[in-house]
Design a protein around this ligand. Structure first.
Ligand SMILES: [Zn+2]
Length: 107
């Protein structure tokens, strides 16, 4: 009887560890990848239990929100006035819209 409880507690601890080091950081990481408009491949680094949280924290606090350039479809910062890939100029109106959309996604 005691043995069964030990095994159960063992399972619970394993599940808890999986949640703490994989499920939670990857889930949050993917959410913030979507909000910031960066590649979800970022969270591939979450496969390693130690880097999952780090990747999430960088995504959340260390990366500027991005959007796609209308002309060349490359990823650029949402505040960019000129696309660094094709030189496409963004009006202040477009920049404001991008920033508003980003604030909207954060909710
Ligand atoms: Zn461009």
């Amino acid at each position: 009887m005691e043995n069964t409880i030990d095994v159960l507690i063992g399972y619970l601890i394993v599940i808890l560890i999986i949640f703490l080091f994989w499920v939670i950081p990857i889930w949050f990481g993917l959410k913030w990848a979507r909000i910031k408009g960066v590649s979800k491949l970022w969270m591939l680094s979450g496969i390693h239990p130690l880097t999952g949280w780090i990747a999430y924290l960088i995504l959340r606090f260390g990366i500027d929100p991005r959007k796609q350039c209308d002309k060349c479809k490359e990823s650029i910062k949402i505040e960019a006035q000129i696309c660094r890939h094709c030189g496409n100029k963004m009006s202040q109106e477009e920049i404001n819209i991008s920033i508003r959309e980003f604030e909207e996604r954060k909710k």
